[in-house]
Design a protein around this ligand. Structure first.
Ligand SMILES: C[S@@+](CC[C@H](N)C(=O)[O-])C[C@H]1O[C@@H](n2cnc3c(N)ncnc32)[C@H](O)[C@@H]1O
Length: 292
């Protein structure tokens, strides 16, 4: 039975999914954007959160104070990570993968906007109320999934692996997994279990991608991070777990995965973008892994 606290899109951790959607909406409105998410602005508008969130470069300019406001740094990074993880799925598709799992999918609309291989099954897992909100907005937009889309509402600290298999996940097929914007919200034992389950359910040929902070202590005590989170009506210390833990790359490498880790700024450079020095940008790492 689920004993964990639940949230929707305008409370607790759910608000972070909305903030990420706002960042994607702004990036979508930029010329030469790194990613196009035609649904992101709709989510933000439909949620009517108590803290206002931008959905375009014009909103951003209006919100910016003398110091540029709290959003630009976050948007710059979210743009890079969105593109990096879009590429992760598209590369896996080119390699013949036709099963994907998006862990903590929030308002990720990749099932509705990426060019999946014909017949691809895309599973998503997040809190039930978060997924309900997303599906309602997509239905109202008459959006059509570009794959066989299977959302499963469950807490990732519970037995999500059984729920995933109940939704038709096939562990004999290679899978492209993603944990985007998730690890800092999980206690270490939940992250360890999550990676254990990912490995257990991965057939040879599977891909995995995620991000993590190399030094959570620095991120947690950074005044700008604190201000960003306060602007969303949240408290940094209530959201993120500071406990030291092995990186996802280390954990997967121990299980025989081939792993690569790149810093946020280096990833941005590969797309011709620069990330300004900050606790978030200096500490964020993107992991990609392949199980031979
Ligand atoms: C920062 S958002 C990222 C959402 C999405 N991956 C994206 O990048 O747009 C964090 C997401 O993690 C989800 N999440 C965090 N902890 C979770 C848990 N224990 N069980 C299910 N979902 C969780 C939240 O509901 C939220 O949607």
């Amino acid at each position: 039975m689920d004993t964990h606290q639940q949230w929707d899109i305008v409370t607790g951790i759910g608000v972070t999914a909305l903030a990420v959607a706002a960042a994607r909406a702004v990036e979508t409105s930029r010329p030469a954007s790194l990613a196009q998410d035609p649904f992101a602005a709709r989510f933000v508008t439909a949620a009517q959160a108590s803290s206002p969130m931008p959905t375009s470069v014009e909103d951003l300019a209006a919100e910016a104070g003398e110091d540029g406001g709290v959003w630009p740094n976050m948007i710059d990074y979210i743009a890079v990570r969105t593109r990096a993880f879009d590429d992760h799925f598209l590369n896996a598709a080119r390699d013949g993968i036709a099963q994907a799992v998006i862990l903590a999918s929030g308002l990720d609309s990749r099932a509705f906007r990426l060019d999946w291989r014909p017949g691809t099954v895309v599973h998503e897992i997040d809190q039930p109320l978060v997924l309900d909100f997303k599906l309602r907005v997509l239905r109202e937009a008459e959006a059509e999934p570009r794959c066989d889309h299977r959302p499963t509402g469950i807490d990732l600290r519970d037995d999500w692996a059984a729920a995933l298999q109940g939704a038709g996940f096939d562990p004999t097929l290679p899978t492209a997994w993603l944990a985007e914007g998730l690890m800092p919200y999980l206690p270490p034992e939940a992250e360890e279990n999550l990676l254990h389950q990912v490995h257990r359910l991965s057939a040879p040929g599977s891909y995995f991608a995620a991000e993590y902070f190399s030094d959570m202590g620095t991120v947690l005590t950074d005044p700008m991070m604190e201000r960003n989170v306060l602007a969303l009506g949240l408290e940094l210390g209530d959201l993120l777990h500071s406990d030291r833990r092995p990186s996802p790359a280390e954990r997967l490498a121990e299980q025989g995965w081939q792993t690569q880790v790149v810093t946020g700024p280096d990833k941005a450079n590969t797309y011709g973008r620069a990330l300004r020095p900050s606790a978030m940008h200096d500490n964020v790492r993107l992991v990609s892994a392949h199980l031979p």
